[in-house]
Ligand binder design. Structure first.
Ligand code: ATP
Length: 334
């Protein structure tokens, strides 16, 4: 995973992002409480959680836009508080609330940003503008929300930063442009660079991210590989089985590991609907001796796993699922 580029301009092999015992208090409100996570170089991490969970606050502290109450953060191995403009140039940042006004054109605005955070390779701005389908010669105040967001994305990507920190990057983008953006994120990872992005769109996280950090009320409730998390979700099961003895069928189903079982029996055929939260083997064992006509086992859904973590204290991971070696896309980094 650690290519030459992944090792960065600093030559260090440290994590791209370190968040250590991070606390942020606004008045009497604890926006972040002892938040810990790391993002390995060359990976894409999703920072997700319900409204007000602390995602934007975490990102703003990483950029040193606001300061923590306690704890520390580092980007590309450099402390956020001491990195200054040099560190800022190595990061591409898209703020959650992008305010762009004035008569200035998109092109002029981006040249201004390029002078601050560059160097930007020749032709790069036009290439990104073409991919994201935006006319750079219009005044920014006349641009729609989605087109302003595209300018924000261009300024975040144009100088090929080592680390991209993107706060709700696809907000306001149409589906075609969202797809283009996800392609850009994958290219960044393929080049050994790193992306931390927040999103409320779980399908997008499933497609783009290797792992997620789930925040709720300022606390990390899970850090897990996307695939590990997805596999931990409840699967919906539908089953058609011949039966002459309903009580015997119920006894078999009780052994199968299925939960939330409902069944309707007609003409000796039972239609069973249920959920499977654990391993599949007990189900297969229970079904092996039954005259099964049909079985549908749905793919586990990341959204189901994530929503459980947004709302309750129940752990999402099945024991034994979480331990995956470094460098694997299922990496657990806590
Ligand atoms: N400048 C501020 N002053 C006071 N409270 C703040 C400030 N900024 C954020 N907060 C509070 O901190 C908490 C975390 O806010 P934050 O914006 O980080 O959440 P978020 O996870 O990004 O939410 P969303 O998904 O709605 O964007 C919220 O309760 C918010 O009201």
């Amino acid at each position: 995973m650690a290519s030459t580029r992944a090792q960065g301009r600093s030559g260090s092999t440290a994590n791209a992002i370190d968040v250590v015992s991070l606390t942020k208090r606004f008045g009497r409100h604890d926006a972040l409480r002892a938040v810990d996570f790391t993002v390995p170089r060359g990976s894409v991490y999703g920072l997700i959680g319900p409204n007000g969970a602390g995602k934007t606050t975490t990102m703003r502290i990483l950029l040193d836009i606001i300061r923590s109450t306690s704890g520390r953060t580092a980007v590309a191995g450099t402390d956020s508080r001491t990195g200054g403009p040099d560190l800022r140039r190595r990061i591409g940042y898209l703020p959650g609330e992008l305010i762009l006004q004035g008569r200035i054109t998109g092109r002029r605005l981006l040249s201004h940003y390029a002078a601050v955070s560059g160097p930007v390779p020749p032709g790069r701005i036009d290439e990104l503008a073409e991919r994201l389908r935006i006319d750079l010669d219009r005044p920014v105040r006349k641009l729609s929300k989605g087109n302003k967001q595209k300018l924000g994305l261009i300024q975040a990507f144009m100088h090929d930063p080592e680390v991209l920190i993107l706060d709700e990057p696809t907000s306001g983008l149409d589906p075609l442009i969202q797809r283009e953006f996800l392609g850009m994120v994958k290219e960044v990872r393929d080049e050994g660079r790193t992306v931390l992005l927040s999103s409320h769109v779980i399908s997008e996280i499933q497609e783009a991210a290797d792992a997620v950090v789930i925040l709720r009320d300022g606390v990390v409730v899970e850090v897990a590989g996307v695939e590990v998390l997805r596999r931990s979700a409840v699967r919906r099961v539908r089953l058609q089985v011949e039966t002459r003895d309903e009580r015997a069928l119920d006894a078999d189903l009780a052994e199968s590991g299925l939960t939330a079982v409902t069944r309707h029996v007609r003409d000796g055929l039972a239609d069973v609907q249920a959920e499977l939260g654990g391993p599949i083997r007990p189900l297969l064992r229970a079904l092996a001796t039954l005259p099964v006509h049909d079985l549908v086992l749905e793919e586990p859904d990341l959204q189901d796993a994530v929503l459980r973590l947004y709302g309750t204290d129940r752990p999402a991971l099945v024991p034994g699922d979480a331990a995956v070696g470094a460098g694997d896309s299922d990496e657990v980094a806590r």
